[in-house]
Design a protein around this ligand. Sequence first.
Ligand SMILES: [Zn+2]
Length: 360
Amino acid sequence: MPPRKTCITYHEKFIQHDFGINHPFRGNRYTRAMEYFERKGLFNLPNIVLVKPEPIEKEILFKVHSKDYVDYIFRLAELNEPYDMDTPTSKSIIEALMYIIGGVIKAGEAVFKGEFERAAALGGGSHHAGRDYGGGFCLFNDIAILIEYLREKFNVKRFLVLDYDAHAGNGTSDIYYSDPTVLFISIHQDPLTIYPGRGFISEIGSGEGIGYNVNIPLPMRTGEEAYLYALKEIFLPLAGEFKPEIIIANGGSDSHFADHLGSLGLTAKGFFKIARLIGQVSDEVCWGRAVLLIGSGYNIQVLPYGWYALIAGIAELNISEEDIEDYYPAPQNPWQNINEVKRIVKELKSILAAYWSCFR
Ligand SMILES: [Zn+2]
C-alpha cells in the first residue's frame, strides 16, 4: 500500500526558531530532522509532499491572543528582550514563528479541504501559550490559532485536540476550559514532577465545557506499554463518543526515555504507535482527518528519529514498527509503572463518567 496522502510543512526560515546557546531549544532541530528525513528517502515516496508555507499576517494572532499581548511580544522582540527566563524573543524568532504558524494553518486547511488526508506541521504545538501569556518556550498558541481559523473558515463545530507532549498543555487547556466544542485530552508526565505544574485529573473544564478537558498525568518513568494503555483507555472511547470533525495532535519527541527535559519512557517505536493510533481513530471518527504539530524534543540525537517515527505513523508508510530506528537501544528493563497507571486511568474514568456515557 502506498502511504496516505500527507503534507509536511517546513521552511528554511524555521531554523531562526532558535533560543540561543545554552538553551535546550535550538534551531538545528529542524535541519537535523530534515537531514534524517532526506536520508530515509521520505520525500521520494509517493503521496508524501513537502509544502513550503507562507508566513501569516500578524492579525491572524488576534484570533486567539489579545492585541495588548501580541503588541507586547512584538515590542519585546524589537528590543531583543526575553518574555521570561525560558522564553526569549527577537525579530528573527518572531519571523520564524510567522512561517511556522503559516505551516500549521496550511496543514490543517489542506486536511480539512481534502487536499491531503494527513498532515504534519514541523515546529507547531506551542501549547504553553494562553490568550494573554506565554512561557515554556511558547509565545503564540498555534493549536488554538488553527482551531479558530478552521472554525471561522469552514464552520467546524467539534475539534479533538490530543496533546501527547511530555508537558501538560496548560495554554490550550486554559483557552478552551469552558468550551464544549473543543475536547482537549492531554497525556503527560505527572505535573508534580515537571513544568508547568498543571494538568491534574481534577482539571476537567468548567461551565459548558465541563467534562471536555481531560488530563492523563503519568508518573515519571512510565514505560511504553503503560503509556499506550492509558492512551487507548481514554482517547479511543472519548473520540468515539465525541465524534470530532478533525483531530489535531501535538507533541514532538520529549516523551522519549532519553530526553533531557522529560522523564517518560517512550522509544521511537512508541511514537510510531501513537501516530498510527491517531490515524486509525481519525479513520473511524472523522474521515481520516488528522494533523500532527511536531515541535518538541530536547535530546537532539533522538529528535530526528522521534519526529520521523511520528510522520511514518501518521502517513502510514509501508513499514512495521521493527523498521523504526532509534538513536539509543531500547532500555533492557523498560520502565513501566503499569499498576499506578491503571489506578490513575480508573480514577479518571470515574470522574469523567458523569459527563461521558462510555465510562459508565
Ligand atoms: Zn514538552
